[in-house]
Design a protein around this ligand. Structure first.
Ligand code: UD1
Length: 362
């Protein structure tokens, strides 16, 4: 008999994790008393509150107000604050999502408190140890008791490596659950481009990764690539990217580029669905493009979402080589939009995560 007095801590702190928490919170609450911990890694309305609101996520039970700092300081602050909060709550299980500094800090706090950690989105590798996210996901996989793999490839990778004390489950990707639900929602905006003075066809672009924003030359190359496209480019920019553009001396964007504040999840789905192509360094948008049938160009040296490449939906372009985006896009293998779309499950990952917890923790 399941009792909601069984305590589970659901920990997150960034925009995409709030999005995924919307599904996990609903699924896990069937078996557990769930308390949510938002580290506060993302705190701006457009990266935090807006997503709670749009996805109907209840306000966090504990908000830790960590804010921005360099990776070490931010991770250390998360670790210390979450450890204290977990001490007070004493959960039976700690669930973390993805590969951010919040994921690492919360997983480490749980493991150090001898609370079994569940890693949702486990087993992904870009094989690039210069990426903070690669470091985070590797460490979290090592210290988690239950590893929920979003793809068969991630599952295989983990099964070949885990210790006898660990459990691996193929669950699929909770981001797909969120997307499938969003596509059925009446609130999904019909034409968010109209308020930006645009009409299809257009290209959607996002950039936010530290590797890219920290290299002014790379940023300039990508912006030049945008300018070479014959279509308008809608560019909702992360606050860090806006600062990086200014630091790189890029004051005037090419005339076809429409810079915007970050948009809500539902607006983003509408844009991604209707775009001719997506240019991004976001892991989330790479999969959303794949599910929605929109060809994607990922401006990174490597990606952990290898299946999207294998199926021709996505191509990798090094940022420093993105100046020729028009040529790159015109030769995109995904222009026929013919790939199959089920490499990360079919939209029931939240329920699969719930079941895998039940199998491991009873
Ligand atoms: C983080 C994750 C990244 C994830 C992304 C999702 C890490 C290492 N990176 O990147 O994996 O894809 O979230 O969006 O955890 N800032 C604001 N307002 C905010 C938050 C941040 O202005 O609410 C600015 C600050 O200048 C800050 C910078 O963005 O220094 C970077 O923020 P940070 O939390 O370090 O990482 P993200 O780039 O958002």
């Amino acid at each position: 008999m399941i009792s909601s007095t069984r305590r589970l801590a659901l920990c997150y702190g960034t925009r995409p994790q709030i999005v995924k928490a919307s599904v996990l919170l609903g699924a896990l609450s069937a078996d557990w008393g769930v308390k949510t911990f938002d580290t506060g890694q993302h705190y701006d309305w457009t990266l935090n509150g807006l997503h709670y609101q749009q996805l109907g996520v209840r306000p966090p039970d504990t908000y830790l107000e960590v804010g921005s700092a360099d990776h070490s300081r931010q991770t250390a602050d998360i670790l210390v604050r979450v450890a204290k909060a977990l001490d007070e709550y004493r959960p039976e299980v700690v669930v973390v999502i993805g590969d951010t500094n919040s994921t690492l800090g919360c997983a480490l706090a749980g493991a150090q408190k001898r609370m079994p950690v569940v890693h949702v989105e486990a087993g992904l590798r870009a094989n690039d140890l210069l990426m903070p996210e690669e470091i985070n996901r590797r460490v979290v996989d090592e210290i988690s008791v239950l590893l929920c793999a979003p793809s068969r490839r991630a599952e295989r990778y983990l099964r070949n490596r885990v210790s006898v004390a660990q459990h691996v489950a193929f669950t699929g990707d909770v981001a797909r659950d969120v997307l499938e639900r969003a596509l059925k929602r009446p609130e999904l905006p019909d034409a968010p481009w109209q308020q930006h003075g645009l009409e299809p066809p257009f290209v959607l672009a996002t950039l936010h990764r530290a590797e890219l924003t920290g290299h002014p030359d790379w940023l300039r190359a990508v912006v030049k690539g945008f300018g070479g496209l014959s279509l308008p480019v809608f560019f909702p920019a992360h606050p860090r990217t806006v600062k990086a553009l200014s630091a790189a001396g890029i004051r005037d964007l090419p005339p076809n580029v429409r810079l915007s504040d970050p948009v809500g999840y539902l607006e983003m789905v509408a844009w991604a669905k209707r775009s001719e192509a997506i240019v991004t360094d976001s892991g989330g948008l790479q999969r959303e493009a794949y599910w929605l049938g929109t060809p994607c160009v990922t401006v990174r040296a490597a990606t952990e979402w290898q299946e999207t490449l294998a199926e021709g939906a996505n191509i990798l372009v090094r940022p420093q080589e993105a100046g020729d985006l028009a040529d790159i896009l015109s030769e995109h293998p995904g222009l026929a939009r013919a790939w199959q779309r089920d490499a990360f499950g079919t939209g029931d990952a939240g329920e699969a995560v719930r079941q895998s917890l039940q199998e491991v923790f009873g």
